[in-house]
Design a binder for this molecule. Structure first.
Ligand code: DQA
Length: 147
């Protein structure tokens, strides 16, 4: 079965209580359940992980570039999107496609969120639809992987 790995960055484990007016009321567990259900409907095996530790996030990206890694990824690097050349470089070294996802639309928010270091190597970006951003990204990846 086609495997998709979803990697969520810092503070996304606080979903549900963190600034719900921006990020909604779904928890990270709700997000993971939504991804698994959407994946099942699309015939994808979806695994969702979250960390606040950049080294862990980098090691997941490194492992994903090795043989036996997933067939595609969805990355929400959260704040690292706007700060981390290291995450950008590890994402650039992936050999499978990835979609960058955001719950909010960073381009409609503070100016420091208008730069993404990590989107440049993505096959696409989905932002602003809350948890649906992940569902839409899974649909896009399923279509691309079927090509
Ligand atoms: C975010 C947007 C980022 O600007 C922010 O730092 C996050 C979440 C989003 O999903 O909307 O933590 O990636």
């Amino acid at each position: 079965m086609t495997r998709v790995l979803v990697l969520n960055g810092p503070n996304l484990g606080r979903l549900g209580t963190r600034e719900p007016e921006i990020y909604g009321t779904a928890t990270h567990d709700d997000l993971a359940d939504a991804c698994a259900a959407e994946g099942k409907a699309l015939g994808l095996d979806v695994e969702v992980r979250q960390t606040d530790d950049e080294a862990t996030y980098l090691s997941w990206l490194h492992d994903s570039a090795d043989n036996g890694g997933p067939d595609a990824l969805i990355l929400n690097p959260a704040a690292w999107t706007h700060t981390s050349v290291a995450v950008r470089d590890a994402a650039a070294a992936l050999t499978v496609p990835y979609v960058e996802v955001h719950l909010s639309n960073p381009l409609s928010r503070e100016e420091f969120r208008h730069t993404s270091y990590t989107a440049g190597n993505a096959v696409g970006v989905v932002a602003g639809f809350g948890v649906d951003s992940y569902r839409l990204a899974l649909r896009g990846l399923a279509a691309r992987l079927a090509d």
